[in-house]
Write a protein that binds this ligand. Sequence first.
Ligand code: BTN
Length: 268
Amino acid sequence: MTLSPEPLPADIHAELTRHAGRLGTCAGRVRYWAVVTSTNDVAAGLADQGAADGTAVVADMQTAGRGRHGRSWHSPRGGGLYLSIVLDAADATHLTLMAGVAVAEAIRRATGLAVEIKWPNDIVSAAGGRWRKLAGILAEATRAGSTADRTVLGIGINLRPVDRPAELAAGATSLEEELSRPIDRALVLVECLASLASWRAALAGGGREAVLARWRELSPSCRGARVVWTADHECRGTTAGIDEHGALLVRLEEGHVERLVGGGVTWL
Ligand code: BTN
């Protein structure tokens, strides 16, 4: 696709201008397309062309949005915020955890909704004692052969009720469904960018522990929840926090603590 962006929609332009001082390296670098394959692909293409740190891609719709583990990310027009940011950094694990904290705080600030983080890094609503996914984060290294040490941080936030594929219907929700009122997408966007700018600064200033501590606070389910997973046999245990690499710690019934990476647990 062509990498010439379209004019920013008026609501987004106005909010970005009003909050420019809070947006760190994203200030003046937000690019918009109505429809893309994946904002992560467009951001990676811009990175290959030498785009500066903080260059951000926003779209109204993705035709091939993707999630973790090769899954697709349902991205109908106007249903969500689809955002990717080029970062001059390569530490995907800590960037991902930092982004989880930043996005959870941004949603809380923009909407008042008390979202939580659910391991490995889903942003969820826990209303009614049931987790339903509101947002996800996908950090990817930029293409082989491009400038080293760059990451594209992709963020998808469900804003509005949409028809969802059957397999997502029970486990997904949107900000408007949770709040029963209209959402200002531009405010959600600027709060995400501002929160990322501030947590990035914390991480760069040696604040890894602060990121992890805040992640743990925002994730009550990372302690004391019953989970089951399959290794060479079915295992059951109780969550006991995350370690410094983002692995989930689970205490087995016999007392031993297992370290799980990358997902694959069922929450009971
Ligand atoms: C997950 O599986 O939880 C991660 C989902 C990440 C989706 C976002 S939407 C914007 C960006 N572009 C993509 O294709 N994926 C990410």
